[in-house]
Design a protein. Structure first.
Length: 733
């Protein structure tokens, strides 16, 4: 369908590094579906805004603003903290939309996939562009559910700043920690928005403390709430000493008053705000030398005389340096506090030129994203975010560059900066820049098409979905020939299943969901093997002797060593063949056919007859490693999950009793107002279908978050039970 659209040349000199966001077919299809009403096929996309009615502002005015006025930001948080609601309000106040969307009604702009609207959660990141007070903001709303962590990671790479949204009644929650760590890894400056201040149990103080304690971040309190819970009516701007009160009668929150705090009418509040402002000034001065000089010089006698702009500039520098995080509060649902958040985004988060992106790239077609609608643009200046389509061989996490030489230069630079893992020898791999980290899938299940004839359609659908979402893995079971899906969680696999049906029109059947175990060995073993085969008139002869032993350090791939004298004169191709053989043997352990980890393999001797092919070398080494693994004492490792369950205190006992039956270990039980929070570990195998059980146990009042902690050894009794249960299935993966 896109071939009908007009093509534009791209001035690649103006185009900065552009990370591919493979636009999913669903989004393109969804756009086209909505466009069909207005656009005859073949019409140019750049005429889109005029055609989609009054809901979307004219786009052309915002295509090329000065770079200092651009903000590329993401919104991140724990599931249900209110990212999508906050985004909706942002879009409304900026004039991007003319009505308020509601996640609970399923009509938000950014959650546009059918599955998102039905479930009220964000699965895929959506990008939108809007103006705020002369700034152009490119905003990405990212998912909060742990199953879609990769989606968050791939967005963070292209962002210059982020807003972390918190539920003010819960403070820092499990997934907040994960996304915060990811943002630390990508060095993203952040501001915090304590949302849901209107909710019963909301506590500004508690939420700020949890940022300090759990995230180990230094909160800069730029606002104080005016009331909490039902009494929440606005915020105090600590920097300018003004109060912002929303008009109760205003249905959409557009109408609010900003008034200076006065001694006469707000004595107590003014005192509290002055103290907070002085503390803020001292805090910023501690972190920023330039500001410290200013404060200690001109304003040491009276901080009240320090102009708000000077403090704001210093807060901007501190935010950019990531030595502290500005904190704001509000209630997106009740339409309070979102406009000041927008001001803070433009004021404190950096423009692209304040961040160091130096790479150049070239592509042939660019689209500006507006959630599920796109406008084709001829060029793009540095620092913008756009989409590109029609790239057949790229996948999420790739980087597009303008030429091989610039890729090599970039790779060298990345290497110097230590951002790249040890580089491989092959040229293609040398061209890669630091990619996104793809988490290992913990669940798998078989998937079957409705008939054998539809298998190619299923393969095609899975190939497309995988390019978009590399955390989805697809394998072929060597024994049954069935296709196996490996994903991050039950929900992840369920959504993939659903998307195959809706977007590719294929009704597929999933086998039972199974846990992705790993295996290791408990003692060192020796093995030798010889492969002697004549193919045509060529003799292939290899003899190998090696030792496999367990290692303490956790290592997913086997550590390969050569005994003295072995491997010294080995040609590179033979060495690669040996290592390939070892790796392939370790993919299928002897107990369950699961990957083998935490092992070291030492090659003691190797005799290769001249003319032996590398395939035969690999085959012999692989067989010898498998022989050794079979001889060793073996151990199953199972995925252990971090679990956090939040419930009303009355339900604590049944939840604990249930967790005990699931081999759970409780680390801590916290009290938060009327709620109890149970923190602990539980094996993944025991937690399947937990949401349904928890709902029944707590009358639907509890929530929980799960995250992979590590792989741990199963105790002998559980291991025996598992092996006997799976005895018919030991060769599945
Ligand atoms: N009381 C209250 N509820 C809110 C507020 N903001 C959002 N909610 C509600 O919280 C729930 C989750 O809101 P979302 O905006 O979907 O949260 P999210 O963080 O985007 O969730 P995911 O996309 O699933 O990660 C919805 O029921 C909202 O109506 C708020 O300020 N106050």
């Amino acid at each position: 369908m896109f071939s009908h659209l007009g093509k534009f040349g791209v001035n690649h000199k103006k185009t900065p590094i552009l990370h591919i966001n493979n636009m999913c077919c669903s989004k393109i299809k969804a756009s086209l579906k909505r466009l069909k009403l207005y656009v005859p096929l073949g019409r140019n996309y750049s005429s889109l805004p005029g055609l989609v009615g009054n809901d979307i502002k004219s786009l052309h005015s915002i295509i090329s603003p000065p770079i200092a006025k651009i903000r590329n930001i993401g919104i991140m948080a724990h599931i249900d903290a209110g990212k999508t609601t906050t985004t909706e309000r942002i879009l409304y106040y900026s004039g991007y939309t003319r009505s308020l969307g509601d996640v609970d009604d399923g009509d938000t702009v950014t959650d546009f996939m059918a599955q998102e609207r039905e479930r009220g959660i964000t699965i895929q990141s959506a990008a939108v562009t809007f103006d705020w007070k002369g700034y152009r903001v490119n905003l990405i709303d990212t998912p909060g559910h742990v199953d879609f962590t990769l989606e968050v990671e791939r967005c963070l790479r292209v962002l210059d700043g982020a807003v972390a949204v918190f539920d003010a009644s819960a403070g820092v929650e499990a997934q907040t920690l994960t996304v915060w760590r990811q943002a630390d890894k990508h060095k993203i400056p952040r501001i915090c928005f304590l949302n849901k201040m209107d909710k019963t149990g909301a506590s500004f103080k508690y939420a700020v403390e949890s940022i300090r304690e759990k995230l180990k971040a230094k909160p800069l309190l730029l606002q104080l709430p005016l009331g909490e819970g039902k009494a929440f009516k606005g915020v105090v701007d600590v920097v300018s000493k003004e109060k912002l009160v929303w008009n109760r009668k205003s249905e959409d929150g557009k109408d609010f008053e900003r008034k200076p705090l006065l001694e006469m009418s707000d004595a107590e509040l003014l005192k509290e705000t002055t103290e907070a402002r002085n503390a803020l000034i001292e805090q910023v001065a501690d972190l920023d030398d330039e500001f410290a000089d200013l404060v200690l010089g001109e304003f040491s006698e009276n901080f009240d005389l320090l102009p708000a702009e000077k403090l704001q500039t210093a807060i901007h520098r501190v935010t950019l340096a990531q030595t502290a995080v500005p904190v704001l509060c509000g209630s997106a649902l009740k339409n309070k506090g979102v406009q000041p958040l927008l001001d803070a985004i433009t004021m404190y988060l950096p423009s692209p030129e304040e961040r160091n992106y130096e790479f150049l790239e070239r592509i042939s077609r660019l689209l500006l994203p507006f959630a599920d609608q796109h406008i084709e643009i001829p060029s793009l200046t540095a620092g913008n975010i756009a989409l590109t389509v029609g790239l057949k061989h790229t996948a999420t996490g790739d980087t597009i560059v303008s030429s091989k030489s610039s890729a090599l230069a970039a790779a060298r630079r990345a290497e110097r900066e230590g951002e790249k893992k040890p580089r491989q020898n092959n040229e293609a791999e040398r061209l890669l820049l630091a990619g996104v980290e793809i988490p290992e899938p913990v669940f798998f299940c078989t998937i079957e098409p409705p008939s054998v004839a539809r298998q190619p359609d299923l393969d095609y659908a899975l190939k497309c979905l995988q390019r978009e979402d590399p955390s989805l893995k697809v394998k072929l079971d060597p024994d049954s020939g069935q296709t196996v899906l490996c994903g991050m969680g039950e929900l992840h696999i369920e959504i993939i299943h659903d998307r195959i049906k809706r977007e590719y029109g294929l009704e597929t059947y999933l086998g039972p969901l199974q846990v992705a175990y790993r295996e290791t060995i408990l003692n060192a073993v020796h093995a030798t093997d010889t492969l002697d085969r004549t193919l045509g008139d060529k003799r292939h002869l290899v003899t190998v002797e090696l030792e496999v032993k367990p290692i303490e350090a956790s290592s997913v791939t086997p550590v390969i060593k050569y005994a003295a004298g072995v491997g010294e004169d080995l040609p590179k191709v033979s060495q690669e063949a040996i290592e390939n053989g070892i790796h392939s043997a370790c993919l299928q352990g002897p107990l369950l056919g699961s990957p083998v980890q935490d092992v070291a393999i030492t090659l003691h001797s190797l005799i290769i007859h001249p003319g032996t092919s590398t395939t035969m070398i690999s085959a012999c080494v692989s067989r010898c490693v498998q022989k050794a693994l079979k001889k060793a004492d073996k151990q199953v490792l199972e995925p252990l999950m971090n679990l956090e369950v939040t419930m009303m205190r009355d339900y604590l006992s049944p939840v604990l009793a249930d967790l005990a039956q699931r081999r759970g270990t409780i680390q801590e039980i916290q009290t938060r107002q009327e709620n109890k929070i149970v923190i602990g570990f539980v094996p993944l195998a025991e937690i399947m279908g937990y949401s349904t059980v928890l709902r029944t146990l707590t009358s639907g009042s509890a929530t929980f978050a799960l995250e992979l902690s590590n792989y741990q050894a199963m105790n002998p009794q559980d291991q025996t039970t598992l092996l006997s249960r799976r005895s018919g299935l030991t060769q599945v993966l």
